[in-house]
Ligand binder design. Structure first.
Ligand code: GLC
Ligand code: CA
Length: 570
């Protein structure tokens, strides 16, 4: 089968469609349930989200990532799907979803939806049919076995809740396999009819106009006797098949891999130029190292991971993030490092879940404005496209007294009014209570008050987003990590040759410097390729000392300070 990878812009009369739009986009993850309740029933909904698109556009968001909003018993935040082509009634209707897509597109904003294809809810009619009629059309849709001893090497992802990947079904009197909760049976991808069913779902949403998918839990599609059930060769084959359909019939739509794996294994989900897989993959290796650096006051871990050269196709983009709707996962770090992270960030056992930390960004960083700015300045300068998590732009807090990951899925705080302006319902009726803790109470932390305050975190983040967007180098450029004489300082240059895309044909180099020290520091940075270059601050335009003739730069940085400096070569 001939595969075409679209990398150049498609030009239609009067219109250029940049097929690599995702490389220059700022993404924003928002759960429909959590954002805005339009009808006062206590749960956010699609109509509510539509009514808040102007806010997101003002912030500078280019694309929304919506976690699942399908029919679901909501025992795993909607990642337990009971029907892939129905919308949960409390969230709205298909017509409202169409309207969301139209209204977002009118604002030049894209809609990426989440597709958990690895498993369904046990309430899904496919599973109900599979358990009651083993010889029927759905009999082989799930992974059934007479024993629960198969594949003992496959790790358990939710060890706080499950002690086996197998559960016994009393109707079929067999065990079924589940990588996540026992109410989420895994689909059987060795069955070609499962491929057909899943591809129908993909087409259904693409035909409705969505701009892409987050492929939830994508490494786990296949299991084998030899492997550990993560990124098996057949899983990659299936992703290639999906990508070929997208490229052929829906060019410009994207696939994002959620693969919480070691760096080389994550990179494998991009595939190659000849056999492409996902356009994007979340940067799970970098994320925990940002938090590690903030507390260890050392850039070593980040220097190591950013200097590693992983060969990825030129069109591939990392999705960089600080937080999302899940726990801050510590699965892909060493035991020593994990214990250090728990000590710094999860000193109360309630703050932990599974192998991670269930807190929001602002609470993790102890509401330190300097740290919040440093973390975002880094997020927006790293190679890849940044993903924000709703509410983090105003420094929302969390509620560790709520179970599991609900701690950081509470209603968006819009105003100091009842229910933080999220809903007009009786407060007791909200899907989760609004945050009322001492430091993060919604009467203090809300969009309205931050809009009224020109120096608020919200205005600061909006400004950084707009500065970033004015410089395509951040989305499209390469990275070179520089040597420094101070282990607390991370320095790298982002460079973009300025060709081959419909935007920004100016070549550009930006030197980014970040200090993780909890006190002011001086540093000497080696930038051999930039001897004599002039430097200008990207925010204010002010001139800095030039890089000297042997390519050295001496800087001082305040506590947890940073610079983005445009370098003009001599
Ligand atoms: C992904 C989701 C998570 C969910 C899990 C099972 O990891 O991000 O929220 O619980 O898949 O679907
Ligand atoms: Ca509602």
């Amino acid at each position: 089968m001939g595969r075409v990878t679209f990398t150049a812009p498609i030009t239609l009369p009067g219109l250029t469609l940049d097929l690599q739009w995702y490389r220059r986009s700022v993404f924003y993850e928002v759960m429909v349930r959590s954002f805005y309740d339009s009808n006062g029933d206590g749960s956010g909904d699609l109509a509510g989200l539509i009514s808040r698109l102007d806010y997101l556009q003002w912030l500078g968001v280019d694309a929304l990532w919506l976690p699942p909003f399908f029919a679901s018993p909501l025992r795993d935040g909607g990642y337990d799907v009971a029907d892939y082509t129905q919308i949960l009634p409390e969230f709205g209707t298909l017509d409202e979803f169409r309207e969301l897509v139209t209204k977002a597109h009118e604002r030049n904003m894209r809609i990426v939806i989440d597709l958990p294809l690895n498993h369904t809810s046990d309430q899904h009619p496919w599973f109900q049919a599979s358990r009651s009629d083993p010889d029927g059309p759905y009999g082989d849709f799930y992974v059934w076995s007479d024993t629960d001893e198969k594949w003992p090497d496959i790790r358990i992802i939710f060890p706080d809740y499950e002690d086996s990947n197998w559960a016994f079904d009393s109707v079929r009197r067999q065990f079924y396999f589940h990588r996540f909760f026992s109410h989420q049976p895994d689909l059987n991808f060795t069955n070609p009819r499962v491929h057909e069913a899943v591809i129908d779902v993909v087409r259904f949403w693409l035909d409705l106009g969505v701009d892409g998918f987050r492929l939830d839990a994508i490494p786990y599609l296949y299991e084998s006797d030899e492997g550990n059930g993560e990124g098996e060769p057949e899983t990659h084959e299936f992703i290639k098949k999906l990508r070929a359909i997208v490229d052929r019939d829906y060019p410009g739509r994207i696939m994002i891999a959620e693969a919480n794996q070691w760096p080389r294994e994550v990179a494998a989900f991009f595939g190659t130029d000849e056999e492409p897989e996902c356009h994007m993959a979340f940067d799970f290796p970098v994320m925990p190292r940002i938090f590690y650096s903030l507390r260890s006051q050392s850039a070593d871990e980040l220097v190591a991971v950013l200097s590693e050269t992983t060969d990825v196709p030129s069109w591939a983009a990392w999705g960089v993030f600080l937080r999302n709707h899940d726990e801050l996962t510590l699965e892909m770090v060493s035991e020593e490092y994990r214990q250090a992270m728990y000590g710094w960030y999860a000193y109360d056992p309630r703050m932990r879940v599974n192998v991670g930390i269930r807190r929001r960004l602002a609470t993790l960083l102890d509401n330190s404005r300097a740290e919040l700015e440093l973390a975002h300045a880094l997020l927006f300068a790293l190679p890849g496209s940044p993903f924000l998590y709703y509410g983090d732009e105003i420094g929302m807090g969390d509620n560790i007294w709520l179970p599991d990951r609900d701690s950081s899925r509470t209603p968006m705080q819009w105003t100091p009014d009842r229910n933080a302006g999220f809903s007009s319902a009786d407060p007791g009726k909200l899907y989760l209570p609004v945050v009322q803790s001492l430091v993060y109470h919604y009467s203090q932390v809300n969009v309205e008050s931050q809009l009224a305050q020109s120096r608020s975190l919200l205005h600061w983040i909006r400004n950084v987003i707009h500065v970033r967007k004015a410089h395509p180098v951040f989305g499209l450029g390469s990275i070179e990590v520089l040597d420094t004489d101070n282990p607390a300082v991370l320095a790298f240059v982002r460079s973009y040759a300025g060709a081959g895309t419909p935007v920004g044909d100016q070549p550009e180099d930006v030197l980014c410097v970040f200090s993780f020290a909890h006190n002011p520091v001086a540093v000497t940075i080696d930038a051999p390729g930039f001897a004599g270059a002039e430097l200008f601050d990207l925010f204010g335009g002010h001139r800095f000392p030039s890089i000297d003739d042997d390519g050295r730069l001496h800087l001082t940085l305040g506590t947890q300070g940073f610079f983005w400096l445009k370098a003009v070569r001599r």
